[in-house]
Design a protein around this ligand. Sequence first.
Ligand code: 5CA
Length: 441
Amino acid sequence: MLFSKSFIPILKNNPSEAVIKSHKLMLRTGMIKQSSAGIYSWLPLGFKIMKKIEKIVRDEQDKIGAQELLMPTIQSSEIWKESGRYEDYGEEMLRIKDRQNREMLYGPTNEELITDIFRTSVKSYKSLPQLLYHIQWKFRDELRPRFGIMRCREFYMKDAYSFDITDDEAKFSYNKFFLSYLRTFKRLELSAIPMAADTGPIGGNLSHEFIILADTGESKIYTDKRIFEVNSDNTKVNKESLIDLRKDFEKYYAVTDEKYDKKIFEKEVPEEFRLKTKGIEVGHIFYFGDKYSQAMKASVDYQGKKEFVRMGSYGVGVSRLVGAIIEAKYNENDEIMKWPISIAPYECAIIPFIDKKNNTNLEKSKKVYDHLLKEGIEVILDDTDENFSSKIKKFNLIGIPFQIMIGNKTEENSFEFKELNENTQNISLEKIIKIIKNKKK
Ligand code: 5CA
């Protein structure tokens, strides 16, 4: 991409309406544009990042054997009346009438719709377990949308649903998602901790929120610091290993506000390990047994009778993750953002010093650009005649992890090269390519 042709509407200063750093940076670098309260357009830079996050989320769902489908954003009120949630959901649900005066709604979540799909198609326990997911826009008419895309009204979510025959099997499914979430957040270079949580309007009695620590987070958390040391690498996807994994985490106190009990916290956690802080909820998983299957009559043939299936649901805030990663990675004082390479909008920026009278630097840059593209590196070349130091500032904000600077002193095959937050080095193009490719592995 040539910067002159890109659609990245950068603002000179931080926008005054934003209070947290992710919101400021997203508006400033033209990642999003508000269209009305809590509703945003995703501009190319922000959209590219979100799509890369989505790909990692999808990949980890596929790895535990979940199958992707796509349900619509607009749902009929009928199925919500069956489950009993049509009234319960209250004003957060956006209700719409079509031209036949039928009551419709913009889906805030999909337990009902997936249960309806399941019950019309699956008849025997032999088809279980079924793990189904989709990645789709949701709408919740939040009373106070704020912090940009962190708490907005229209957001992009991965929601998965599991169907099993027994409690034991259903918990195995739950634990598969538990592991897949740890893996997903690790690939996004986030340290997310699973915390015992309330189930709210989704229901059930087993639930974990996955929280990343951030002062600007809206969830209050109480935890034993030793939970950060738990290692989930090399966990196999079998019942025993997954039960052990849950136990490894659950031996440490880690709860959200609604579950907090001061007495238990102080009894279970030695003082030096106590941590009371705030965090951002990036994922939430629930086990609710036959709550929906019974209400909506979703049963399968099992041992000569009809048995209501046991269900769980599993959400990741794909659009919220964009903001959460900025909260975790953006150094606001130095105005340097560094995206993990796996989700960076571009992997490398070429930043030439451009002299209007002499275009040798631009020509050198274009050669490097072509070479990197041929090597499969995603690259953006700043061919504008903005001054060099503001170009550097701009790329520090955009957060592309590698920069190549090209000036009058650049020699034949020795380039000023830097990984953000590291020192500059003068090295050959071959070495640069090697470093970037290594990082991508
Ligand atoms: N049906 C369940 C699981 S699929 C469910 O809806 N869970 S949830 O309500 O916890 O939402 C899942 C994830 O979506 C949350 O963990 C959060 O990361 C994200 N999310 C929820 N509400 C918003 C919002 N208003 N703005 C941005 N992201 C949100």
